[in-house]
Write a protein that binds this ligand. Structure first.
Ligand code: ATP
Ligand code: MG
Length: 249
């Protein structure tokens, strides 16, 4: 297997190759599931059609996400195997800037993968990683997929869920959580149930949410609320779909 550093920075498909490499390494390290490989391939196709850039409506969503996370009483960033493999440093940074918890939350939950991801996040600077207690449940989901921490996602008011499946996104919304979903497919049920759908690659989305949060750190609550209220989720979903249908035009 090639090293990430072997991919020339000026290669026209640089970011896509780095992404594939990280996912592949994630699978080898027991962090990412084989399902995660399929999810990655699907995401790449949408990203290609988006032009592999953060479109203006996605930037607006990322700014609203930053404001919403800063306004939250208890924000939690949910981390799955793809997110952990792709953006571990960036997730730790964002959690620090907005004062959020990191919680490992897996569709294909095994004790080994839970521990491998928690360890990986700690290696990348996380001090506390939640999700291992699993002492509460999300109502309406079957047992394994419903497990969360009482002091984590169960107690959260705002949850950021990257690459989440539709059922879980819906169940969290029904619990009254304000959901921020990062997903490259604007037609997927997960972003469609989110209060703030972020149609962008997680590689670009997380650092950009962090940058917006840094810029807004000392803003008044009224201003943050205004940014959240001003964001139009239907518009953002439509903009992304139009861009994809036009093929990155
Ligand atoms: P549902 O319709 O129930 O939401 P789904 O078919 O979308 O189900 P998944 O396989 O969980 O179910 O989808 C994974 C999602 O993650 C896909 O929509 C894909 O576009 C997205 N995705 C994959 N890689 C990335 C990435 N790097 N950044 C953002 N989104 C990604
Ligand atoms: Mg989906």
């Amino acid at each position: 297997m090639t090293d990430e550093g072997d991919i020339p920075a000026d290669h026209p498909r640089h970011d896509s190759l780095v992404t594939r490499h990280r996912i592949e390494a994630g699978v080898d390290a027991g962090i990412t599931s084989r399902q995660g490989l399929i999810a990655e391939g699907r995401g790449e196709a949408f990203d290609y059609l988006l032009g592999e850039e953060t479109i203006p409506s996605a930037d607006a969503a990322e700014r609203a996400a930053a404001a919403q996370l800063l306004l939250a009483d208890h924000p939690v960033l949910s981390v799955n195997g793809n997110a952990a493999a792709l953006v571990p440093d960036e997730l730790v940074d964002l959690a620090e800037v907005v004062g959020a918890d990191l919680e490992v939350n897996l569709f294909n939950r095994t004790p080994e993968r839970m521990e491998a991801i928690a360890e990986h996040l700690r290696d990348h600077g996380a001090t506390t990683v939640k999700g291992l207690e699993a002492d509460e449940r999300i109502p309406g989901l079957e047992h394994e997929r419903a497990k969360v921490d009482a002091e984590g996602i169960h107690d959260a008011d705002v949850v950021l869920v990257p690459l989440e499946d539709g059922d879980r996104a819906e169940a969290l919304a029904e619990m009254g959580k304000v959901e921020i979903v990062i997903d490259l497919n604007p037609l997927s049920r997960s972003p469609r149930t989110a209060a703030i759908p972020v149609i962008d690659n997680i590689l670009r989305a997380i650092p950009n949410i962090t940058a917006h949060a840094r810029a807004l750190e000392s803003a008044a609550r009224e201003e943050l609320q205004h940014i959240v209220d001003d964001f139009d989720r239907e518009w953002a979903l439509d903009q992304a779909e139009a861009r994809i249908r036009a093929g990155g035009e």
